[in-house]
Design a protein around this ligand. Structure first.
Ligand SMILES: [Cu+2]
Length: 125
């Protein structure tokens, strides 16, 4: 118990110092090219907001287990990669509708629950 408390205090004191996990990308300018890294067990997104229209997504497995990526917008699957082994890369071309956010997940059993999920905003049209 006390060890957990001390760790939390230290994290608060050091704030954004080196070694802290990098926060998810803030809502920056909308992009039409996105890179997604898959690892255990998280998704690394190169941007937080997509431009509507055609978006190129480059998916790379940077982890050591097999992963895939599925992107869903408004209940419809926009695109999905095959299951990628370590170091494998696949490019997807998506047709993105304006405004509605996109959810991302690895579909392998247990991976989304372990943290392999993410959300992208989409700029209004
Ligand atoms: Cu996975």
């Amino acid at each position: 118990m006390s060890r957990v408390g001390a760790g939390l205090t230290l994290a608060l004191l050091t704030g954004c110092g080196a070694g802290a996990p990098s926060p998810p990308p803030a809502a920056g300018p909308p992009v039409s090219q996105l890179r997604v890294g898959l690892s255990e067990y998280r998704l690394q997104l190169s941007a937080g907001t997509l431009a509507p229209g055609t978006v190129e997504v480059s998916v790379t497995n940077t982890g050591s287990a097999r992963h895939d990526l599925q992107l869903v917008q408004a209940g419809a699957v926009l695109g999905a990669s095959r299951v990628l082994s370590l170091g494998e890369q696949q490019s997807l071309a998506l047709q993105v509708a304006a405004g509605a956010p996109i959810s991302l997940r690895c579909t392998l059993p247990g991976h989304a629950e372990a943290g392999m999920t993410g959300t992208l905003a989409v700029a209004p049209g």
